[in-house]
Design a protein around this ligand. Structure first.
Ligand SMILES: [Zn+2]
Length: 471
């Protein structure tokens, strides 16, 4: 580690010399509140088609990264295979610096970004949107982007991205914060064709959590992260659902890309999906929790069913913040209709599917000791799409990791999910009020329509605890 820091310091000295003579790709941030978005001409990033067209087609590769400096001035340096353009801006609540890049492949050491130095507490990197990468730097205090530029390769040194941050006060920081930017990209074309082709089969939206710059929970020792596990399982589930011929399935992400939470909800709503299933894997960072295991099905509620559910919802709701989105620009379209009848009915259907799913999966996988819970998950807030969030297990548990990565377990669990989905939809077809769903456990659906209507998912209303708990 020492050697790396010294190397960093040397690179800093060299870079400072170059910085004195070169033209920056990015000027210092303007001081006005109406600072440009990262897509304005002042900050030529990948958002501009002209820039993309001019750039070589192969993505640049980031091979190493290091921090140098102290609490007054800190520099982040990223080695690159070639020169690229960048845009940088700051965000508040919490303080962050976001560096937008064109398509970059990050081949950085595993530990990159985990440890801070000087003004930087940590940083993340990854794909933000197709063809666009992003670095998000967490800073513990207000900073100013003094310089942000890319150096050409020279004298055997790779090209280098350099971000210089200097300490500032909160007032100056708030003045420099970029105008909020949210992605306003059209959903994939698939959606239009789904709506137009006259196919009346129900649409199921599968939502693999996290992605791209947001890895979700990570088990470094096992070398796996949540975004990959849930994507693999979502793909397997999609294939099985498609094979039944009974459903149209859409994934909120097909690959390792970041999708904001609001967009996931929007996809389900635009498609008028009949079911939305968000897939995740939990993790407990506190020591002594290695034995906490098992799958849990969550539904939406204003008040969390218990403290752990609240903790998890807080974790999962951080996804947009992790990826460097400004949460003050949350769309408010959902808020106004939360309490109408459709919302109430949606909640009942969500609870019904959660019980069915919990019952079915209990026959295939180990469930958490309280397998049905609720909390305020942003991704479950579609007022008109029954939605559940399925935590497959704990990445902090070695035994759960062994299961979640085993083909047999994955096969059993996705089979059970198909069974639950079939049962849920056949009950709806048979009788819209769905009085009896019996999958996996005799108790599932036993409380009937009235129970479904009044009980939701909270407290003693949960009468359908999965019966079979397997190791
Ligand atoms: Zn998650």
């Amino acid at each position: 580690m020492k050697g790396r820091m010294q190397a960093g310091a040397a690179a800093l000295a060299i870079a400072v010399i170059f910085a004195a003579t070169m033209t920056y790709a990015l000027p210092a941030q303007p001081d006005t509140p109406a600072a440009p978005s990262p897509a304005t001409p002042a900050t030529p990033v990948a958002a501009s088609p002209a820039v993309e067209a001019a750039a070589p087609s192969d993505p640049a590769v980031a091979t190493d990264a290091r921090l140098a400096g102290d609490e007054e001035r800190t520099r982040l340096i990223v080695d690159l295979s070639r020169r690229i353009t960048l845009g940088a801006f700051t965000l508040a609540n919490p303080y962050r610096v976001v560096v937008d890049l064109p398509d970059v492949i990050f081949a950085l050491p595993n530990e990159a970004g985990h440890e801070g130095r000087g003004l930087v507490s940590a940083y993340r990197f990854g794909l933000f949107a197709p063809g666009k990468a992003r670095l998000v730097i967490d800073v513990g205090a207000p900073v100013k982007i003094d310089k942000a530029f890319v150096l050409d390769p020279v004298d055997g040194q790779p090209a280098r991205l350099v971000v210089d941050l200097v300490k500032t006060d909160r007032e100056s920081f708030m003045k420099s914060v970029a105008a909020p930017v949210r992605r306003a990209e059209d959903p994939p074309g698939l959606r239009a064709s789904l709506a137009a082709n006259g196919d009346t089969r129900p649409v199921i939206v599968l939502d693999p959590g996290h992605g791209g710059i947001d890895s979700g929970a990570v088990n470094g020792a096992a070398g796996i992260n949540e975004k990959t596990v849930v994507l693999d399982i979502a793909r397997a589930l999609r294939d099985k659902l498609e094979a039944t011929g009974r459903y149209r399935t859409v994934m909120t992400r097909e690959g390792d890309s970041f999708v904001p939470l609001g967009d996931r909800v929007r996809i389900a709503r635009e498609l008028q999906a009949k079911l939305f299933i968000s897939l995740h894997a939990d993790s407990l960072s506190r020591r002594g929790n290695d034995d906490v295991r098992g799958a849990t099905v969550y539904t939406l509620s204003d008040k969390a069913s218990d403290a752990e559910a609240q903790r998890l919802a807080d974790d999962e709701n951080r996804a947009d913040l992790i990826a460097g989105l400004d949460l003050s620009e949350e769309p408010s379209d959902v808020a106004g209709i939360l309490l109408d009848l459709a919302q109430r009915e949606t909640k009942n259907f969500s609870a019904q599917f959660a019980r069915t799913l919990g019952g079915a999966v209990a026959g295939a996988a180990r469930m958490h000791k309280s397998p049905l819970k609720s909390a305020g998950f942003k991704v479950l807030k579609a007022p008109d799409v029954p939605s559940v969030l399925f935590e497959l297990g704990y990445l902090s548990s070695k035994r759960d990791v062994d299961l979640m990565t085993s083909p047999e377990w994955r096969s059993n669990v996705t089979d059970a999910m198909v069974t639950a989905i079939d049962a849920y939809f056949s009950a709806q077809v048979a009788k819209p009020s769905a009085t009896s769903i019996s999958v996996g456990s005799a108790a599932a659906g036993a409380n009937g329509a009235d129970g479904v209507t009044t009980n939701g998912m909270q407290g003693s209303g949960i009468q359908a605890q999965p019966a079979a708990i397997r190791p």
